[in-house]
Structures are given as structure tokens and as C-alpha cells.
Design a protein around this ligand. Structure first.
Ligand SMILES: *[C@@H]1O[C@H](CO)[C@@H](O)[C@H](O)[C@H]1NC(C)=O
Ligand SMILES: *[C@@H]1O[C@H](CO)[C@@H](O)[C@H](O)[C@H]1NC(C)=O
Ligand SMILES: *[C@@H]1O[C@H](CO)[C@@H](O)[C@H](O)[C@H]1NC(C)=O
Length: 368
């Protein structure tokens, strides 16, 4: 045990930054929806958005379901791994405590969640972004108690923040006529409503210490298998894609403006729309074989809302762009992550030209 402790201390000293004698690791706090959920919805027992069943997770670790809505890693997993950062655990996992958060950060992402409170109500239970931010405030209280206010402030200011929501605000809100937002807004006023809400949320995160923050934009969500199956032709839904493009354009503007206004804020917006669109249009060029149907499907019954134990899987998961009706496969996520890494200008944590106490080596991402 002694040598493990010594090793841990060495690693913390090498990777962390020192605050008043307290060594903090660089960690991530992740806010998101099912594209980033790593298991929170498992603990929302009434939520209908569940990935805690086969065949989710089949290409991750031991192949058991782990709460990710994917066969393998999420985009945030892949980006974090490539930067040598630890994988933040799901906030609602009962084993998460202050020490784990100081070591790994934490992930509040929840399947079905949106920027707007009302988004995803059909799933009964999910954490919307405001709720996720509330939980983050609770986390801050715990960490302050544990390490003191000054160290906590530096810990939170030194962390990286990911905000990745928006698809559900369209797919599971605005575009479904059962939601009042669908008739209270038009395309333009709805985007403005989303941006005003997101702006307020990002300002709160900044006031809570977020300095390095990235917002992920939307992909061509009119091309997810569910949207194609709902169209009469089987083609992508053009209007849905246009909304994603409008969201990305407005989001990019918002983040540039916030970065200029908020002190010390390095807030960035990045999307992989064009790359995913190219992949969908010409999958063969990228080594894929299918870009219009889910790898996991239940016979001819479409759309099946999730991948279920009775579903069958495609022969080669690495050649499918989509894992289920909504979510990209791990191999598509890899392409999305590469694009975002390029756009955000990320380098591995060991390559930053940071302060003298900066990491000299990156931790192994681990196979958790
Ligand atoms: C959204 O939900 C949060 C709680 O999660 C609440 O504090 C806030 O007032 C709500 N906002 C609106 C506009 O309903
Ligand atoms: C792609 O799909 C075709 C038929 O759908 C199949 O014959 C071929 O073997 C597949 N290629 C790969 C690389 O999976
Ligand atoms: C950073 O880490 C990667 C993988 O561990 C390694 O290939 C690379 O050479 C390292 N870079 C530096 C500057 O140490």
C-alpha cells in the first residue's frame, strides 16, 4: 500500500498543479445528453431513456452495458483520452465521493436532457442543463468543505468544462407537435430562445469558476436513422439539418462573444457537422459501409426506440455510422472527436506549454 501511495503522490505532483500545498489534478466536468451520458440515467429509475441493457457497451471494457448510449466510447471519452485526462464518473453513481471528483472530475450528462427545462419530458426523468448546473453547485459545496475555499476555487478554475446538449431540444421538443414549444416558436425565435438560455447557463458556469470551456455543436441530426425512417422517402430531413446548421452558427457567435466579455474565459464552440455530413454522404470513402440504418435493430420493426436484448447487430460494427436510431457508433465518434480535437486545437496534456508544474507525462487513459 505504501508504494502505491508513493506512486500516487508522484503522479499527482507530476500531473497536477499545486495550490497552497494542495495538489490538484487537471480534471473535466461534463454537462450533456445521451451523447455524453456515462451512466447517470441508470440511477434515474423512472427515466425511459436507458442504455443499461445489452447490447450497449459491447465494445467497451468487458462488453457489459455501462450506461453509455453507444457500443463503445463517446466523443467526450475519446477527446479526454487523447488529452490524457481521467474519465469522469457519472455523478449519480453512489460510489462517487469528493476524493474521486478531485481525481477524475465528474460527469452530469443525462440521456434525454436538453438546454431547455421542458425538453425531453416524454422520457419522464432526465437531467436538463439547469439541473446539471445545480448539481455542480452542490459538488462545489462538498469540495470546498473538503479542501477549503481557496483551493477549491483554484481546482474549479483549473478544470476543463464540456457542454454538449441541443439535439434533444429539437428532436425531443421543438420538432414534436406534442410540445408547446413547437407552436409557440418558429425556427428563428426558437434558436434565439435556445441561445439566450445557453448564454445564461454559460455565464453561471463562468461565475462558478469555469474558465476553459468547450461547447460541442450539433451534427446533421436530420440524418439519424430515426429521422430518415420518419420521412416518407428515407432521405435525411432537410429542415432538421438546417436547424442544426442554424444552431451551430448562432452557437459559434455566442461563444466568441462570451469569450470576449467574460474575464479570463477561454470559451470555444466546435462542431463536426461538415465531416459527419461527408461521412454520411460518402461512407465508403471513410471505410464505412452503412450510414443510413442502425447497427443494432429489431428485425424489420423500425423505429425501435432503443437497442434491446432481442435486437440483432450488424456484422461489422466498425463499418456502421450509427449504432442505434439516435446515436453514432464508436467509429463515427472517433471521426467526430478527431475533427473537434483539430478545431479546438487540443494537444495531449503532456504537450501543453503550461507552467513549470505542468504535466511532464500523461496518465494512461485506462480501460475503465
Ligand atoms: C429550470 O429549472 C431549474 C431547476 O432545475 C429552475 O431553477 C429554473 O427556474 C427553471 N427555469 C425555467 C425557465 O423554468
Ligand atoms: C459492405 O456491405 C456489402 C453488402 O451490404 C457486403 O457485401 C460487404 O462485404 C460489406 N463490406 C464490409 C467491409 O463490411
Ligand atoms: C505525449 O504522450 C504521447 C503518448 O503517451 C507520446 O507519444 C508523446 O511522445 C508524448 N509527447 C511528449 C512531448 O512527451
Amino acid at each position: 500500500m505504501k508504494s502505491t501511495l508513493a506512486l500516487t503522490l508522484v503522479i499527482v505532483v507530476v500531473l497536477g498543479f499545486s495550490i497552497d500545498g494542495y495538489h490538484c489534478k487537471m480534471v473535466q466536468f461534463i454537462f450533456g445528453d445521451s451523447l455524453s451520458d456515462v451512466g447517470n440515467n441508470r440511477y434515474l429509475s423512472r427515466s425511459l431513456a436507458q442504455a443499461n441493457l445489452p447490447w450497449y457497451g459491447i465494445d467497451f471494457g468487458n462488453g457489459m452495458p455501462n450506461g453509455r448510449f453507444c457500443n463503445g466510447r463517446t466523443v467526450a471519452d475519446i477527446i479526454g483520452d487523447s488529452m490524457g485526462l481521467p474519465r469522469p464518473p457519472a455523478f449519480l453513481d453512489p460510489s462517487v465521493n469528493e476524493d474521486m471528483i478531485l481525481e477524475n472530475g465528474v460527469n452530469y450528462a443525462s440521456g434525454g436532457g436538453g438546454i431547455l427545462n421542458e425538453t425531453g419530458s416524454l422520457f419522464i426523468q432526465r437531467l436538463c442543463l439547469w439541473k446539471q448546473i445545480e448539481l455542480f453547485q452542490g459538488t462545489q459545496v462538498l469540495i470546498r468543505k473538503k479542501i477549503g475555499a481557496a483551493a477549491a476555487e483554484k481546482f474549479f478554475q483549473g478544470a476543463r468544462y464540456v457542454v454538449a446538449l441541443g439535439s434533444n431540444d429539437f428532436i425531443n421538443n421543438y420538432l414534436l407537435p406534442v410540445y408547446s414549444d413547437s407552436f409557440n416558436y418558429n425556427d428563428q425565435t426558437f434558436i434565439t430562445y435556445l441561445m439566450n438560455t445557453l448564454q445564461a447557463q454559460l455565464k453561471v458556469l463562468h461565475s462558478l469558476g469555469a474558465r476553459q470551456l468547450m461547447v460541442f455543436g450539433l451534427g446533421p441530426m436530420g440524418c439519424i436513422p430515426l429521422q430518415r425512417v420518419l420521412s416518407t422517402t428515407g432521405n435525411c430531413q432537410d429542415r432538421t439539418n438546417k436547424l442544426a446548421l442554424a444552431f451551430n452558427q448562432a452557437g459559434s457567435k455566442l461563444l466568441t462573444s462570451l469569450s470576449g466579455k467574460l474575464p479570463n474565459a477561454e470559451f470555444k464552440f466546435g462542431d463536426a457537422y461538415d465531416v459527419v455530413n461527408a461521412l454520411i454522404t460518402n461512407p465508403y470513402k471513410y471505410g464505412f459501409n452503412n450510414s443510413d440504418s442502425p447497427c443494432c435493430s429489431f428485425g424489420r420493426i423500425r423505429p425501435a426506440l432503443t437497442c434491446i436484448p432481442a435486437s440483432t447487430l450488424c456484422k461489422d460494427r466498425s463499418t456502421y455510422v450509427f449504432w442505434d436510431e439516435y446515436h453514432p457508433s464508436e467509429s463515427a465518434n472517433q471521426i467526430i472527436a478527431n475533427e473537434l480535437i483539430k478545431k479546438f486545437g487540443f494537444v495531449r496534456a503532456n504537450e501543453t506549454n503550461a507552467p513549470s508544474s505542468a504535466p511532464a507525462m500523461a496518465p494512461s487513459p485506462g480501460g475503465r
